[in-house]
Design a protein around this ligand. Structure first.
Ligand code: SAT
Ligand code: MN
Length: 581
């Protein structure tokens, strides 16, 4: 037996009997093991070597063209009753789901190696961290999980010490979209994923464990598992304040997490703790303390450039895996937005010429360890996490929603999060550019009924004495010509500056029906071309349009029937009433 944890040993045996692999390999996470896996994948074509002079240790993976994004319509939460999963999830009866998955997994690993990979979400020594074990037949998943989590021997030791762990079973299967399911059993802390080798469908530590299962655990244990970046913002005096921010997939979270302040902010620094997931707990001091459960970035490649995210570009020239990007004539990775080079082969490996459509897939990705990021914060390893001063919600909205506003209270902040909406992107399959409600950016990731989730959020008001202030931002406003009205990227520092001054009570705000807005004079615009007129529009409140929005929000909250906390409904009515005054 390879482990002293009986539950783990029995489960591995049981899975091997069901899936019938040729070999079982327990991953220790070592360099040697990684090297062997990479050479194996180079042999099978799972990985393609990129230019080792310009990009040492970098490889390209081309996924099946039918398997390029998360599949929300094939993702299920299997609680005992349908209501616990809520209208925000696809639901299947747990017994039925187990039978279905058993059929799919039956003998599916014949001729393959079954990898057993113990991992820890969060710093190994942190009491806030949680462990899991993923069983997979994909060496690509192993190589990615090694960067995305603390994977291998130290995680197994912690599991043996603690006992409990999340069980994730994954097989690439036949990659047939008709036989593809991502299924969660929150009551049993179990995940079954079949038929995809891509991203959040297959790297089970990420969305499946650290969000869907963890959010469910967090509710019973009194903490929060959120789809948020974490950054530290250091001012010229050397003081650092931490911010957590929730944005839907592919809305610039990674860019914000690695922001480089503009020239007029000399002496300011942004330190990266995480770009996607945040686990928060109330500390002894009544503040919320956060860790990033992940150890790597699985970021969207297109649009990453020296202008939009120089830090990301700098960390991508070594030891990274690229998925579905294009390549140049000298075999360097390429994607739309990468300047100064031209691709010759598209993401499918076909010859590419201008006019042939995008060369990199719009949801092509890079996987890289966080520690490689130039703005990496040492605090990312702090076992106690970092104290959060502000929570920012944001979405992609071409109209209506102002550049920034602050909530009137925690309760109003929860309403701002619950009513978040965004235009859809390529991170999930389906139509792109449609506005959909995406509460707290958790629509695809909350492992239980949103009504109960909002109740859980509201409950923090009575439990923590120094809660963060809550803000809403929108970097994506467009004018009548369809052009972005705000420069975005590094210039978002100006909005963060205002947010932090609010947190320190160093600046006033305009009270409006929808929240507190900056006085235009309080936003630092030195060095950018945003005109006073444009700024005025970015900070305007169109009462009649907002009244419609509030009606829509009311209808949205009603979808969750009596699970919607009455306090949230009251808050929505109070804003609607204020708009009518
Ligand atoms: O494919 S993932 O779910 O890991 C990435 C994302 O949607 O943000
Ligand atoms: Mn995400």
């Amino acid at each position: 037996m390879v482990t002293s944890n009986r539950d783990l040993a029995n489960w591995v045996d049981e899975v091997a009997r069901l899936t019938r692999p040729d070999r079982v390999h327990w991953c220790d996470g070592s360099e040697d093991e990684n090297r062997e896996l990479i050479s194996l994948m180079l042999g099978t074509g799972d990985l393609i070597e990129l230019n080792q002079q310009t990009h040492p240790g970098c490889y390209l993976h081309r996924s099946d063209p039918s398997d390029v994004a998360r599949v929300e319509h094939l993702t299920f939460v299997c609680t005992q009753d349908r209501d616990s999963a809520g209208p925000n999830n696809n639901w299947m009866d747990p017994g039925e789901a187990r039978d279905k998955m058993k059929d799919l997994f039956s003998a599916c690993m014949e001729g393959r190696t079954m990898y057993v990979l113990p991992y820890c979400m969060g710093p190994i020594a942190s009491p806030l961290s949680r462990c899991g074990v993923e069983i997979t037949d994909s060496p690509y998943v192993v190589a990615n999980m090694r960067m995305m989590t603390r994977m291998g021997a130290p995680a197994l030791e912690r599991i043996e010490r603690e006992g409990g762990f999340v069980k994730g079973l994954h097989s690439t299967g036949e990659l047939d979209p008709e036989r593809r399911f991502i299924v969660h059993f929150p009551d049993d802390l179990e995940i079954h994923s079949y038929g995809s080798g891509y991203g959040g469908n297959a790297l089970l530590g990420k969305k499946c464990h650290a969000l869907r299962i963890a959010s469910y655990q967090a509710r019973t244990e009194g903490w929060l598992a959120e789809h948020m970046l974490i950054v530290g913002v250091e001012n010229p005096k050397g003081e650092t304040h931490y911010i957590a921010g929730a944005f839907p997939s592919a809305c610039g979270k990674t860019n914000l997490a690695m922001l480089i302040p503009p020239e007029s902010y000399s002496g300011w620094k942004v330190w990266t703790i995480g770009d996607d997931i945040c686990w928060m707990r109330i500390g002894d001091d009544g503040r919320l303390w956060a860790i990033n459960p992940e150890a790597g970035f699985f970021g969207v490649a297109p649009g990453t450039s020296a202008k939009t995210n120089p830090n990301a570009l700098a960390m991508l020239d070594r030891d990274a895996i690229f998925t579905n990007v294009a390549v140049t004539a000298d075999n360097q990775p390429w994607w739309e937005g990468k300047d100064g080079q031209v691709p010759v082969k598209n993401w499918k490996g076909e010859d590419w010429a201008p006019g042939n459509g995008p060369a990199a897939h719009p949801n092509s990705r890079f996987t890289v360890p966080i520690a490689q990021c130039p703005s990496y914060s040492e605090q990312a390893e702090a076992p106690g996490g970092v104290p959060i001063s502000a929570i920012i919600f944001g979405g992609r909205r071409a109209s209506l929603v102002p550049l920034v506003l602050e909530s009137k209270s925690w309760r109003h902040g929860v309403l701002l999060g619950a009513s978040m909406a965004s235009e859809t992107t390529a991170a999930a399959t389906g139509a792109v550019g449609q506005v959909r409600r995406d509460p707290m950016a958790m629509k695809p990731f909350c492992g239980y009924n949103f009504g109960d989730y909002w109740r859980h959020w509201l409950s923090f008001e009575g439990k923590a004495s120094q809660l963060p202030r809550i803000f809403h931002v929108n970097w994506f406003r467009k004018n009548d010509e369809g052009r972005f009205m705000w420069p975005g990227f590094g210039e978002n520092m100006r909005v963060i500056d205002w947010i932090l001054r609010r947190c320190n009570d160093a600046v006033g705000a305009r009270e409006t029906a929808i929240g507190r807005l900056p006085d235009p004079a309080d936003l630092n615009l030195s060095g950018i071309r945003t005109s006073p007129d444009a700024l005025e529009e970015l900070l305007a409140v169109d009462a009649s349009a907002w009244r419609k929005e509030l009606e829509e929000i009311g209808r949205y909250l009603d979808q969750f029937d009596d699970r919607t906390p009455p306090a949230l409904r009251r808050e929505q009515r109070a804003v609607a009433d204020a708009l009518s005054d």
